[in-house]
Design a protein around this ligand. Structure first.
Ligand SMILES: [Mg+2]
Length: 125
C-alpha cells in the first residue's frame, strides 16, 4: 500500500519536527511543511496531499482561513486541525469549514496517527 501523503502546517518548527517524526515512524510520507496558511494553500495545490495537518494560530494567514480556501479549491480536501488547548472555541468554525478532525495540543502520537488513518480511509470526493 502506498504511504499516506501529508503536508504539515504550523508556524513553530519544533512542532512540525515533532509531528513529522510521529508520522514517519509509522511509514507515512510528509510531502512538505508550511509555516503559515498562505503557504499551505499554495503547497496543497502543488503537492495534492491526501491529508493536511493544520495549526490555527499562525502569522500571515491563520489555519481557519487556509482551511476555508483549501476546501474551496478542493471540496474533498481532508484537513485535520491541530491546535493548542484553549482554542476549543474554534472547533465549531473549523467543522463548519469542513475540517475532518480537531486535535488539541499537547497531543499523544496515537491521537495524530488515528486521526490521519481515519481521515485517509474516508473518501467523499
Ligand atoms: Mg501556531
Amino acid at each position: 500500500m502506498e504511504p499516506i501523503k501529508i503536508i504539515l502546517v504550523d508556524d513553530l518548527s519544533f512542532m512540525r519536527d515533532a509531528i513529522r517524526q510521529i508520522l514517519e515512524n509509522s511509514n507515512m510520507s510528509v510531502l512538505g511543511e508550511a509555516e503559515n496558511g498562505m503557504e499551505a494553500v499554495k503547497m496543497y495545490m502543488e503537492l495534492k496531499p491526501d491529508i493536511v495537518l493544520m495549526d490555527i494560530t499562525m502569522p500571515v494567514m491563520d489555519g481557519l482561513e487556509s482551511l476555508k480556501r483549501i476546501r474551496q479549491y478542493d471540496p474533498g480536501a481532508k484537513v485535520i486541525m491541530c491546535s493548542a488547548l484553549g482554542q476549543q472555541k474554534y472547533i465549531i468554525k473549523a467543522i463548519q469549514f469542513g475540517a475532518r478532525d480537531f486535535i488539541l495540543k499537547p497531543f499523544l502520537s496515537e491521537r495524530i496517527l488515528s486521526a490521519v488513518s481515519k481521515a485517509a480511509g474516508i473518501n467523499d470526493k
